[in-house]
Ligand binder design. Structure first.
Ligand code: FPP
Ligand code: MG
Length: 373
C-alpha cells in the first residue's frame, strides 16, 4: 500500500516501543513506570508531528512520508527509559532528544534505502522509488538538519554527541560499502560496521536519557555501552531473522540479504569454517554464492556473486539452501554472538542501583533479541 493517506497516517502506538511498555510491566510496582513511558511516547509522537513541518509542500510530503508509515520507536523509548534514572525525566529536553533521535534514525533510513536499492520501508514503497534518489537523499538531509536544530537547544554536549554519532553512522555505512581492508578479519570488520551503523545511535539514545534528565554523570558511560551493545545485538539477530521462511511475520522474502549478495554473520562464520578445512561448510558456502546470491527480485548485481553466476533459476533449490543455512550450527553461533553482546551490555549496567528502571532496561535488552518482529 503506497497511497499518501496510508503513508501520512499517524501511528497510534501500534509500535514496538509501546508493545515493549506493555510486556515489560506486568507487576503492580511497575505499572507506574509503564504509564509514565506510555505518556512519554504519546508526547514524543506529538513532538515528532510538530517538528517535522515545512512551509515547502514538497519538503513536507517527502519528510513526513516515512514518519507516518509507522516504525518501532525503539530509540525514543530508550531515551525515555534511561531518563527515569534522573530527577528531570519528563523535561522538555528529554522529549526533544527522544524525538530528535528518532528523526536522525529516520534520516538515515532515507539514505540507506537509496544505497541498498530497497523497494519497501515500513510497509510502504521506498521513498526513492516514490520520488527519485535525489529527492530521497534531500529528504534525509532535511530531517537531519531538523534534528540538528532540535539538538542545538539541548546544549553543547548534546550537539557533540549527535555529531559523533552522525560521523559513526556514515563511517559504518561507508565501511560496509567498501568492505574490509587488506588483511582485516572479515568478522571483526562486520561487527564494527554493525556497532557504527546501528549500535552508535541506540547507545546515544540511552546516553541522552542520562544527560538530559540530570541523572548522575557516572551513569552516562554505562548506559552508552549498554545501548551500543544491545543495538549491535539487535542487528546481529536480524541476520538470523533474514533466514526465516517467507511466510513468517518478517513480511520479507526468506534470505533477502543472501539473495542480494550481502554476506551476513552466518555466512561469514561458514566461510571461517570453510577456510579451516570444513568441506561441508565450503560446499554450502559455494552454493550460497553461486545459487542464492543474485536471486533478489530485480537485483542482478550481487556484490559477491560470481560474474558467471546469477543464481539458481529454481526457487525450490534456493529455498532449500536458505533452510540448510538456517539449520546449520553457524546460525546458532550467530545468535550466541548476539547473546554475548547482550551479556556485555547488561554487565555495563552493574553501577546502576537495583530497581524498577534497571529491571526494565534488562527486560528491554532481552525483548530486543528474543523478538518476533
Ligand atoms: C540500516 O541498515 C541503516 C542504518 C542503520 C544506518 C545507515 C547510515 C547511513 C545511510 C548514513 C547516513 C545518515 C544520516 C543520519 C543522514 P540495514 O540496511 O542493514 O537495515 P535495513 O534492513 O533496515 O535496511
Ligand atoms: Mg538497508
Amino acid at each position: 500500500m503506497t497511497s499518501q493517506s496510508s503513508a501520512t497516517r499517524r501511528p497510534s502506538h501500534g509500535n514496538v516501543g509501546s508493545a515493549f511498555a506493555k510486556e515489560l510491566f506486568g507487576r503492580p510496582a511497575e505499572r507506574k513506570l509503564k504509564a509514565t513511558l506510555d505518556k512519554g511516547l504519546d508526547r514524543v509522537e506529538a513532538v515528532l508531528s510538530e517538528q517535522v513541518q515545512y512551509a515547502d509542500k514538497v519538503a513536507q510530503v517527502t519528510t513526513t512520508y516515512l514518519l507516518g508509515a509507522g516504525g518501532k520507536r525503539l530509540r525514543p523509548m530508550l531515551v525515555l527509559l534511561s531518563a527515569q534514572l534522573g530527577p528531570k525525566s519528563d523535561s522538555e529536553g528529554v522529549l526533544t532528544a527522544a524525538a530528535a533521535t528518532e528523526i536522525t534514525h529516520l534520516a538515515s533510513l532515507y539514505h540507506d534505502d537509496v544505497m541498498d536499492d530497497a523497494t519497501l520501508r515500513r510497509g510502504v514503497t521506498a521513498a526513492h522509488l516514490r520520488w527519485t534518489n535525489s529527492m530521497a537523499i534531500l529528504a534525509g538531509d532535511l530531517l537531519f538538519a531538523r534534528a540538528s536544530q532540535m539538538f542545538s537547544h539541548l546544549g553543547a554536549e548534546a550537539i557533540r554527541l549527535q555529531a559523533t554519532v552522525f560521523e559513526r553512522l556514515v563511517l559504518g555505512q561507508m565501511h560496509e560499502t567498501i568492505g574490509p581492508a587488506e588483511g582485516e578479519d572479515r568478522i571483526d570488520h562486520y561487527l564494527r560496521v554493525l556497532a557504527d551503523k546501528t549500535g552508535s545511535l541506540i547507545g546515544a539514545a540511552a546516553e541522552y536519557g542520562v544527560l538530559l534528565s540530570g541523572a548522575p554523570e557516572a551513569y552516562r558511560q554505562p548506559l552508552a555501552t549498554f545501548g551500543e551493545g544491545i543495538g549491535t545485538a539487535f542487528q546481529i539477530v536480524d541476520d538470523v531473522i533474514d533466514l526465516s521462511p517467507s511466510s513468517d511475520k518478517t513480511g520479507k522474502l526468506a534470505g533477502t540479504d543472501l539473495r542480494a549478495g550481502v554476506e551476513t554473520l552466518p555466512v561469514l562464520l561458514l566461510e571461517r569454517r570453510a577456510l579451516a578445512g570444513d568441506e561441508k561448510a565450503a560446499d554450502l558456502l559455494e552454493r550460497i554464492r553461486t545459487r542464492v546470491a543474485g536471486t533478489a527480485p530485480g537485483s542482478q548485481d550481487a556484490s559477491f556473486a560470481r560474474e558467471e553466476s546469477r543464481g539458481s533459476s529454481d526457487p525450490a533449490e534456493v529455498d532449500a539452501i536458505i533452510t540448510e543455512l538456517r539449520e546449520h550450527e553457524v546460525s546458532q553461533e550467530t545468535l550466541e554472538a548476539a547473546e554475548t553482546h547482550v551479556r556485555h551490555a547488561l554487565e555495563a549496567l552493574d553501577p546502576l542501583p537495583s530497581g524498577v528502571v534497571k529491571a526494565a532496561l534488562q527486560e528491554f535488552a532481552d525483548r530486543l533479541i528474543n523478538r518476533d518482529f
